[in-house]
Design a protein. Structure first.
Length: 168
């Protein structure tokens, strides 16, 4: 077995284990750290697939940004810290049943499909090529996404400020 296959199986096992932990855990902080582990393992799989830019974006946005924001949100929320940081698991049997149906159904479809692997030439510098495309051909979409994120941030701060005034 090749080294890349062993690394892939190791990362996939980490992801499956962490997702299983997420499904059956009741502590929100532990769930959040398991989510961070899933995103880091997924970034490792992206590196194995020679998608380094996607791996870096995965680490920066999800493992870095989203997890940190969620930890601060949990820690700074007064109501959660007073009541405890737990959640319940409900309807475990239907969840496991749906999970098994989706996993075996997806695996069966992949097995029955006629997917083939083609070795195609990759650009020598994917990050440089992607950066040039973002700042030339796809500049309008890039700017629209940036503007949309700015609007969301301003709206969230406005709603947070308004809810603080309502509590006073």
């Amino acid at each position: 077995m090749e080294t890349s296959n062993i690394i892939f199986l190791f990362l996939a096992a980490i992801m499956v284990g962490a997702v299983g932990f997420i499904l059956f855990s009741t502590n929100i902080l532990r769930i959040l750290f398991a989510f961070a582990l899933v995103t880091i393992a997924l970034a490792g799989i992206y590196v194995l697939l020679h998608a380094e830019l996607v791996a870096v974006i995965q680490l920066m946005i999800y493992a870095g940004g989203i997890v940190v924001i969620m930890v601060f949100g949990i820690m700074l929320t007064k109501e959660i810290s007073e009541k405890g940081i737990t959640t319940g698991t409900h309807q475990i049997f239907p969840a496991i049943l749906i999970f098994l149906i989706v996993m075996f159904g997806g695996g069966w479809m992949i097995y029955r499909s006629s997917l083939t692997w083609h070795e195609e030439a990759m650009p020598t510098n994917v990050v440089e090529t992607t950066g040039k495309l973002f700042l030339t051909d796809h500049l309008l979409a890039f700017e629209l996404v940036a503007f949309l994120l700015l609007v969301v941030l301003v709206g969230a701060s406005f709603v947070a400020h308004k809810s603080k005034e309502a509590k006073k």
